[in-house]
Design a protein around this ligand. Structure first.
Ligand SMILES: Cc1cc2nc3c(=O)[nH]c(=O)nc-3n(C[C@H](O)[C@H](O)[C@H](O)COP(=O)(O)OP(=O)(O)OC[C@H]3O[C@@H](n4cnc5c(N)ncnc54)[C@H](O)[C@@H]3O)c2cc1C
Length: 415
């Protein structure tokens, strides 16, 4: 149950955002500190397992498996403040909510994720959800991706990715590989042109997986254009307009999957807690705020030069927990996040490349004793059947800290 009108309330630990990172931290501290000590400020009545939306868009997972009521996932000892954080006054250990209530805290955890800026691309908002224009980055539209894919009868399928930052940098192309494979299986590949318009200068940041993905595109006749950023969707003429350096490039489409622009939430961007880029200004290793030592951040909204994924959240969580506990007992925060992130790159309707790496070193950190850059059915099984349970039953409950201990056993030379 969410708390009703509160006007003013104090929590020992206030968590802003009840997504992957927020609940991982809230679960831990509410279990440790007892009832009422932890408040979670979260405006949404639903909690989404966003990594599942790639499979929903591919008609490979039921959407209902990606959504639960916030009240059902809230840790039992935590208090849900059903509201959005609006402003922060960290020098007074206080924040206000959108409804105008004031919350004070001893410790603050910023976990508000990324804000998607649907208006940043002209014409996109009105075009979405009909006539073949879709996005797996939206709870409603990921279902439409599957519908539009199944109704596609041939033509030009275009997939876009903006410049960083985005969450799950692999998702803009996973949808494309599933789509391409589906056309092959439906006997429509000869009638279909597949194009990836990538805002970045390379297909993936980590070389080992970039090589594997480039091979996929070459073998499967997928056109790839780098440094092309979508600026406008002209739904009436079915044209997508891109900025490519100084040039403007217009492309006709029959199916268009858009990865929208996104970044720090306004409430953090416009606060004293923000770094220059608008994200929460925390140390990239200790995840402690650089100005306010009782403030930590986790997940997409934290200014960490890592890959924004739930997998990264899992590896960040033990660092935040350990360092907050250190600060609570007046000790120095010594736990360090190593930049671990993972991206399950779905390459077809039943195979997957499992990218695992440190974004800080650029080196792979594979957990299994096999080459994870080779597409495998066993890795797809992990994504479709194992990872959702890991998310709901372990990460959100504060019990999944990433695979580093598993790696020490299964792949000790890579640990
Ligand atoms: C299509 C897609 C595919 C993905 N695939 C993968 C994948 O395969 N593997 C993977 O590891 N990751 C994947 N991700 C990324 C992953 O979902 C995110 O990186 C992860 O959820 C980040 O966790 P978070 O807690 O930072 O943010 P979120 O889980 O997004 O939670 C943020 C929460 O903050 C709340 N909030 C927003 N504004 C406010 C405010 N003002 N006040 C209070 N609360 C607020 C939101 O309602 C939300 O509940 C994918 C994401 C998408 C969209």
């Amino acid at each position: 149950m969410a708390s009703t009108s509160i006007r003013q309330k104090h929590f020992k630990v206030a968590v802003v955002g009840g997504g992957a990172g927020g609940l991982a931290i809230a679960s831990h501290f509410s279990e440790k500190l007892g009832k009422g000590a932890v408040g979670v400020i979260e405006p949404s009545t639903n909690h989404y397992y966003q990594p599942g939306w790639t499979l929903v868009g591919g008609d490979l997972m039921d959407f209902n498996k990606t959504v639960r009521r916030t009240s059902d996932v809230m840790p039992i000892n935590a208090e849900w403040v059903h509201d959005a954080a609006a402003t922060f006054a960290p020098e007074a250990n206080s924040l206000t909510t959108a409804k105008g209530d004031t919350i004070t805290y001893d410790y603050l955890v910023l976990a508000a994720g990324f804000q998607i800026n649907w208006d940043a691309i002209k014409g996109l908002k009105d075009a979405l959800g009909k006539n073949g224009v879709t996005s797996n980055y939206h709870a409603d539209h990921c279902k439409y991706t599957a519908k539009a894919m199944n109704e596609f009868a041939g033509g030009h399928a275009v997939f876009t990715q903006p410049n960083m930052p985005i969450k799950c940098a692999g998702a803009p192309q996973k949808v494309m590989y599933i789509f391409e494979d589906t056309m092959r299986r439906n006997g429509l590949r000869d009638k279909t042109t597949v194009t990836f318009m990538q805002g970045m200068p390379s297909i993936f940041a980590i070389q080992k997986y970039a090589k594997a993905l480039t091979e996929q595109c070459q073998e499967r006749d997928i056109n790839v254009n780098f440094r092309h950023v979508l600026t406008e969707v002209k739904a009436d003429t079915k044209e997508a307009v891109f900025k490519a350096g100084e040039k403007e490039v217009t492309v006709k489409y029959d199916f268009l999957h858009v990865t929208p622009q996104m970044g720090a939430p306004d409430c953090i961007r416009n606060s004293p807690l923000a770094a220059e880029n608008g994200m929460a200004n925390v140390d990239k290793e200790t995840m402690q705020h650089l100005t306010f030592p009782n403030v930590f951040a986790i997940g997409d909204c934290a200014n960490l030069p890592t890959s924004k994924t739930a997998a990264a959240v899992a590896a960040e969580a033990p660092v935040v927990k350990a360092n907050m506990e250190a600060v609570m007992r007046q000790a120095n925060p010594t736990a360090k996040y190593d930049g671990y992130a993972s991206c399950p790159l779905v390459i077809s309707r039943d195979r997957l490349i499992l990218a695992e790496f440190s974004a800080y070193t650029g080196q792979p950190m594979e957990t299994l004793f096999l080459d994870q850059s080779i597409p495998r059915e066993s890795l797809f099984f992990l994504k479709a059947e194992v990872m959702p349970d890991l998310y709901w039953d372990a990460l959100l409950k504060g019990h999944w800290n990433g695979p580093s201990n598993v790696r020490k056993i299964l792949n000790p030379f890579n640990a």
